[in-house]
Design a protein around this ligand. Structure first.
Ligand code: ATP
Length: 264
C-alpha cells in the first residue's frame, strides 16, 4: 500500500515473527531486548529510544526478512522507503521527495522506517552524482537530527559502496553483518522452513542437511525445501524426504561470495 502523500513510502504488513528466522542469534536477541522500547513503561524507566540499526550482508541472508519482522515484534507500523523512487527528473524534485517521505514517517511515528538497499541512494543510475550525494546527505542529516521516534532499519548488500560516514559510531545503535550461515544456523533455517510447510523437523536429518549445505544462504535453503516438495509431489504425491532435499540442494549450485556480490 503506497502512502498517497509520498511516492517512495509504503506500509508493510507484519507477516513474520522471531520464529520465522533461523540463526542470527545476536540480532534477534538485540531486537527482543528492545521489544518494549517504545512503551510508556520504558519512558518512565528512562530508557533511551533506539535510533536504528544497519543490516549489511550478501543477498538471501535474511535482511529483508528481519526488517519485516521488527514491526510485528515491536507492534509498530512498518514503512518501507524505496530509495529508487525518491529520484525525479526535475531540479530539486528528488530532495523534495526525500523531505516529504521523511516528514511523513515522523508524522506516523512511533514507527519503523526500513530504508531498503541504502546503497542505491548513492549510485542512482542515470542521475548526476550531485543529486545522489544530496539525497543521501539529507537522509544522513535527518537520521542524526530526527526528534520523532522513527526507528531506522537500513539494509545494504555491499559495504564497500557505502560511505564511511554512514557507518560512523552514533549514527546507528548497532551494525549487524549477515554472513553465510554456519552449521547450527543452517539446521535452524531448515527447521524453520520445514515447519512452515507443516512438516516435523524431527522427521528429517537436520545434521546431514546442514553438512551438505555449506555455502548456502537462507533463501537457497528455503528453495531446496520447496524443490524437494515438488520432487515428492511429482512422484505420486508421496511425502518428501531428507534425500529429496539433498537432491534439490545438489541441483542448486550455490554462488561464491564474489559471485553474490556481482548479483547484488
Ligand atoms: P536481498 O539483499 O536480496 O534483499 P535479503 O538478505 O534481504 O536479500 P531475504 O529477502 O530476507 O534476504 O531472504 C529471502 C528469503 O529467504 C526469506 O523470505 C526467507 O524465506 C529466506 N531466508 C533468508 N534468510 C533466512 C533465515 N536466516 N532464516 C529463515 N529464512 C531465511
Amino acid at each position: 500500500q503506497i502512502i498517497r502523500e509520498s511516492e517512495a513510502l509504503e506500509f508493510y504488513p507484519a507477516t513474520y515473527t522471531l520464529a520465522d528466522i533461523g540463526g542470527l542469534k545476536a540480532l534477534k536477541e538485540w531486537l527482543r531486548m528492545r521489544e518494549l522500547a517504545f512503551s510508556q513503561r520504558a519512558r518512565e524507566y528512562g530508557l533511551p529510544v533506539p535510533k536504528g540499526i544497519a543490516l549489511i550482508g550478501i543477498p538471501g541472508t535474511g535482511k529483508s526478512l528481519t526488517a519485516k519482522m521488527i514491526g510485528g515484534l515491536w507492534h509498530l507500523p512498518l514503512l518501507r522507503l524505496d530509495v529508487g523512487a525518491l529520484f525525479g527528473s526535475l531540479v530539486g524534485e528528488s530532495e523534495e521527495r526525500t523531505r516529504r517521505a521523511l516528514h511523513l514517517a515522523e508524522t506516523i511515528a512511533p514507527c519503523i522506517l526500513w530504508i531498503d538497499e541504502m546503497e542505491k541512494a548513492l549510485a542512482h543510475g542515470g542521475l548526476d552524482s550531485g543529486t545522489s550525494t544530496r539525497v543521501f546527505g539529507n537522509i544522513l542529516t535527518w537520521m542524526q537530527e530526527k526528534s520523532a521516534p522513527v526507528f531506522v532499519v537500513a539494509t545494504a548488500n555491499d559495504i564497500s559502496s557505502l560511505p564511511p560516514e554512514l557507518l560512523r559510531r552514533g549514527r546507528f545503535d548497532e551494525i549487524f553483518f549477515l554472513d553465510l550461515p554456519n552449521h547450527e544456523e543452517r539446521m535452524e533455517i531448515f527447521s524453520v522452513h520445514l515447519q512452515k510447510r507443516k512438516r516435523l523437523p524431527e522427521d528429517y536429518d537436520l545434521e546431514l542437511l546442514a553438512d551438505r549445505s555449506e555455502g548456502y544462504v537462507g533463501a537457497e535453503i528455503e528453495q531446496a525445501v520447496i524443490d524437494a516438495m515438488y520432487i515428492g509431489f511429482n512422484d505420486g504425491e508421496r511425502e518428501f524426504t531428507t534425500e529429496d532435499i539433498l537432491t534439490a540442494l545438489k541441483r542448486q549450485v550455490p554462488l561464491s561470495v564474489s559471485q553474490r556480490e556481482i548479483v547484488a
